[in-house]
Design a protein around this ligand. Sequence first.
Ligand code: DX5
Ligand code: ZN
Length: 227
Amino acid sequence: MAQINPSILSADFARLADEAEAVRGSDWLHVDVMDNHFVPNLTLGVPVVESLARATDIPLDLHLMIEDPDRWAPQYVEAGAGSVTFHVEAAAAPVRLAREIRAKGARASMALKPGTPIEPYEDLLPELDMVLIMTVEPGFGGQAFLDIMLPKIRRTRELIAKHDLELWLQVDGGVAASTIERCAEAGADVFVAGSAVYGAEDPAAAVRNLRERADKASADAWWACGH
Ligand code: DX5
Ligand code: ZN
């Protein structure tokens, strides 16, 4: 079944506990950490994640858009994250980092910006629990979905199948009712949605609607057969 991860980047930062409650029934809460170096925007850090982890039962899916994830990612596991995604463009030693995240008890995930190909990282996939294919340039919510990323999603799903891995494939950026089906058909099974969820009148209903669309679209997809 498709997993829907609302992104709190589009939520009210002064009311994060309530905003988590508003998407009850979601699989994960997606938390975007930006440092104004790796991306031209600044959001939140370890103390906020610690507080949020205490304030909600929904597991936290951390997306680190920061320089030096080798240094910071383990601290986000200790802060209470259930999954930590680092950008491979910023990681000095991705294998060591993925192993450290897993050893500390979280799921390890690697993100690729739109211009970064998946092929050079094929051998790294068994070290990971999830791959995140960005479908916008990281940094801001509310951007238009990049259709041109669909072949990369498909090729990533093919690599996962080739190696018979239990890897989740996440997409992030511009995911909405109008784009989620294409992502699911191409091979994504974890969907981040910010404005499509928190911009809706009823965020929990928006999550259910997205999940239903993704499930329908992936039901007959080649990659989901036998799932
Ligand atoms: C963008 C962030 C996303 C953002 C997505 O860099 O990584 O998680 O919240 O927002 P939407 O769904 O509005 O494109
Ligand atoms: Zn994100």
